[in-house]
Design a protein around this ligand. Structure first.
Ligand code: PEP
Ligand code: MN
Length: 287
C-alpha cells in the first residue's frame, strides 16, 4: 500500500495536465515530445537543434547546463551561459525549454530561464532539493532514480506536491539491472502502473534507458503504445561529437523520422500528436 496522498489517483480522479507554455501542456489528449542534446554545448548547436525540431511535431527543447557526470573530470556543463543559450533558442523557436537542476542554489537561476526544471535520476531522493522545488512555481520533471521502486518514485513526487508545487511530471528513464547490453532496462510496466496509481502525467526517456541510438525509436513507439503522455529524447546535429551520451544521441533527421512515426501509434491509442509545420518526410528514417 503506497502512502501517497496528493500524488495518488484517489486525490484526483482526473488526469492532471501540466502547462509548459500557452501552447504546450503535458497530460492531455496530445502526446508531448521533448527533444534536444544531452548537454548544451554552444549557441550554434542549440540553434541548429531548435531550427530543425521546430518544423516537426516536437513541442519542447531539452539541454543540460548543469550536468551530473560520473567523473568529476568530465565536462560539467555551461552553467549560466548555457541558460542564456536556452533562453535565446526559446525566443527564436517559441518552444519551451527543459533543463536539469542539481542543487538548491541552482533553482533560482534555472527557474528564471527554463519552463520546466528537471530532477535527474541521481537526485530523485535528494529530499531537501525536492522540498525546495515544492516552493517553486514552475513545472518539475522528476526522473525515476537509477534503482528506485515505483513506490519510492511516487513518494519522491509526493515531497514536491506536499511542499506546495502541484506541477509534477514523472519520467521513466530505465532502471539498473544485471545486463549491460542496454544501459538500463526501460520499465514500461512502471509507466502503466504509474498511470493507474497517480493522476500525474508520465513521460518516457528511451535514450537513457537504451544507451544505444538504434534502440531508441522502437522503445519510444512502445512507450506511446502503452499510454505514456510524452517522450524526452536526446538528439544532436552531430551525434558522434556529443560531449556527453554520444552513443545514444539521434541525428536531427532520425529524430524527425521517429516523431512522425509516432503519429499512427498515438491515433491507435486515442491520442494526438500535433505540431510542426513541415511536410512529412518522404521516408520515415529507421533509427
Ligand atoms: C539527462 O537527462 O541528461 C540525464 C542525465 O538523465 P538521467 O538523470 O535520467 O540519467
Ligand atoms: Mn544524457
Amino acid at each position: 500500500m503506497i502512502d501517497a496522498k496528493l500524488a495518488s489517483k484517489t486525490h484526483s480522479a482526473q488526469h492532471t495536465q501540466i502547462r509548459l507554455s500557452d501552447a504546450v501542456s503535458i497530460g492531455g489528449s496530445e502526446i508531448v515530445v521533448i527533444g534536444g542534446p544531452c548537454t548544451v554545448e554552444s549557441l550554434d548547436q542549440m540553434e541548429q537543434v531548435a531550427h530543425h525540431l521546430s518544423t516537426t511535431p516536437v513541442h519542447a527543447l531539452r539541454g543540460g547546463v548543469y550536468k551530473p557526470r560520473t567523473s568529476p573530470y568530465a565536462f560539467q556543463g555551461m552553467g549560466i551561459e548555457g541558460l542564456q543559450i536556452l533562453a535565446e533558442v526559446r525566443r527564436q523557436s517559441g518552444l519551451p525549454v527543459v533543463t536539469e537542476v542539481m542543487s538548491i542554489a541552482q533553482i533560482e537561476p534555472v527557474a528564471a530561464y527554463a519552463d520546466m526544471l528537471q530532477i535527474g535520476s541521481r537526485n530523485m531522493q535528494n529530499f531537501e532539493l525536492l522540498k525546495a522545488l515544492g516552493q517553486v512555481n514552475k513545472p518539475v520533471l522528476l526522473k525515476r532514480g537509477l534503482s528506485a521502486t515505483i513506490e519510492e518514485f511516487i513518494m519522491a513526487a509526493e515531497y514536491i506536491l506536499s511542499h506546495g508545487n502541484s506541477q509534477v511530471v514523472l519520467c521513466e528513464r530505465g532502471i539498473r539491472s544485471f545486463d549491460s547490453y542496454t544501459r538500463n532496462v526501460l520499465d514500461l510496466g512502471a509507466v502503466v502502473a504509474l498511470r493507474q496509481l497517480t493522476h500525474l502525467p508520465v513521460i518516457v526517456d528511451p535514450s537513457h534507458a537504451a544507451g544505444k541510438r538504434e534502440l531508441v525509436a522502437d522503445l519510444a513507439r512502445a512507450a506511446i503504445a502503452c499510454g505514456a503522455d510524452g517522450l524526452i529524447i536526446e538528439c544532436h546535429p552531430e551525434p558522434e561529437k556529443s560531449v556527453s551520451d554520444a552513443r545514444q544521441a539521434l541525428s536531427l533527421e532520425d529524430m524527425a523520422g521517429l516523431v512522425y512515426s509516432l503519429q499512427p501509434i498515438a491515433t491507435a491509442v486515442g491520442r494526438r500528436l500535433n505540431g510542426g509545420v513541415a511536410e512529412k518526410p518522404a521516408l520515415a528514417i529507421a533509427c
